[in-house]
Design a protein around this ligand. Structure first.
Ligand code: SAM
Length: 265
C-alpha cells in the first residue's frame, strides 16, 4: 500500500528521513515513552520514529507542515485512535494548547534550517514541557551543551542552559538518513528546570545582554556592553569587565543582568 504514497523528500522542508532501524530504536529507548505520556512529535515525516513511539504510547500528536505527508501518516497509523496530526508550522504552533493539566514530552528529528528559532519558540512553553528529545545538526548540539570558554559557547548555550538541563546523547551519521544530509547529526535531551537555578529579575534584559555580549566575540565585556550602558560604573559590576563574554557562566550572566536591572528602574 505504501507505494500509493510515494513521497519525494523536499529540501525546503528540511526533509531527511531516518532509515536506520538501530538508530530509530536507540532514539526511542532514550525517550523511554510510558503509556500515559503526552507525546508530541514535531515533523513526523513518513512516521519512522512515530511508529515505534506509538507502540509504547498510543496517544501522540504530530505537528507536520508538509500537507502531502498527512494522508500517508493517517493511513499508516489508522489503527491508533489517539494519534492525531496538526497540519501547521511548528514555529507558529501554540504547544501549550496540547498540555491540558499535564506536561508534554516533545520529540522530533527537526528540520535543521529552523532548529534555532524553533528551540527559542519552544522555550516559551517551558512550564508545560517535561522534556524534549531532538535530532539536530551535531554542531548545534555542541553549542547547546557547550561550557564557558569553549568555542561553541554562545547565545544559544546560555539561553537554553538558563531554562533547561542539556544532555548530548549520541551522534548519528549521515548514512542513517535518506537523502543523507551534508552534516553530522546528534541527539540531545533538554529538560526544563522545574525551578530556575539562576533566576533573572528581568529575562528580556538577560536576553538583550547575552545578545550584545556575543555579537563580537573578541571584545571584552566592558566594550561589548558599552553601547547599551555608556555611563556604566565598571568597578561596581559583579563580574570583571576585562573578561571576554565567552568566559562567563550562565550564573555570571544572570548576576550581571540582575545588577543592570537595578539601574533600569
Ligand atoms: N521524523 C521524520 C524522520 O525522522 O524520518 C522526518 C524528519 S525530517 C528531518 C523533518 C520533518 O519536519 C519533515 O517531515 C518536514 O516536512 C517537517 N517540517 C519542516 N518544517 C516544519 C515546520 N516548520 N513545522 C512542522 N514540521 C516541519
Amino acid at each position: 500500500m505504501d507505494h500509493f504514497f510515494q513521497h519525494k523528500a523536499r529540501k525546503r522542508f528540511g526533509q531527511n528521513f531516518l532509515v536506520d532501524e538501530n538508530i530509530i530504536e536507540r532514539i526511542v529507548r532514550a525517550i523511554a515513552p510510558k503509556e500515559d505520556d503526552r507525546l508530541v512529535e514535531i515533523g513526523p515525516g513518513q512516521g519512522a520514529i512515530t511508529e515505534l513511539l506509538l507502540k509504547r504510547c498510543p496517544s501522540l500528536t504530530a505537528v507536520e507542515l508538509d500537507r502531502d505527508l498527512i494522508p500517508l501518516l493517517q493511513f499508516k497509523f489508522r489503527d491508533y485512535p489517539d494519534f492525531s496530526i496538526i497540519e501547521q508550522d511548528a514555529l507558529k504552533f501554540d504547544f501549550g494548547s496540547l498540555a491540558g493539566n499535564g506536561q508534554l514530552r516533545i520529540v522530533g528529528n527537526l528540520p535543521y534550517n529552523i532548529s534555532t528559532p524553533l528551540l527559542f519558540h519552544l522555550l516559551g512553553f517551558r512550564g508545560k514541557i517535561r522534556d524534549m528529545h531532538f535530532m539536530l545538526q551535531k554542531e548545534v548540539v555542541d553549542r547547546l551543551s557547550a561550557v564557558p570558554g569553549n568555542k561553541s559557547y554562545g547565545r544559544l548555550s546560555v539561553m537554553v542552559q538558563y531554562h533547561c538541563r542539556v544532555q548530548g546523547l549520541f551522534p548519528v551519521p549521515p548514512q542513517s538518513f535518506r537523502p543523507a544530509p551534508k552534516v553530522d547529526s546528534a541527539i540531545v535531551r533538554l529538560v526544563p528546570h522545574a525551578t530556575l537555578p539562576n533566576p533573572a529579575e528581568n529575562e528580556e534584559l538577560l536576553e538583550r545582554l547575552v545578545n550584545v555580549a556575543f555579537q563580537q566575540r573578541r571584545k571584552t565585556l566592558r566594550n561589548a556592553i558599552k553601547p547599551l550602558y555608556p555611563d556604566l560604573d565598571i568597578p561596581a559590576l559583579p563580574v570583571d569587565a576585562s573578561r571576554r563574554p565567552e568566559t562567563l557562566s550562565v550564573k555570571e550572566f544572570v548576576e550581571l543582568a540582575n545588577y543592570l536591572s537595578t539601574l533600569d528602574q
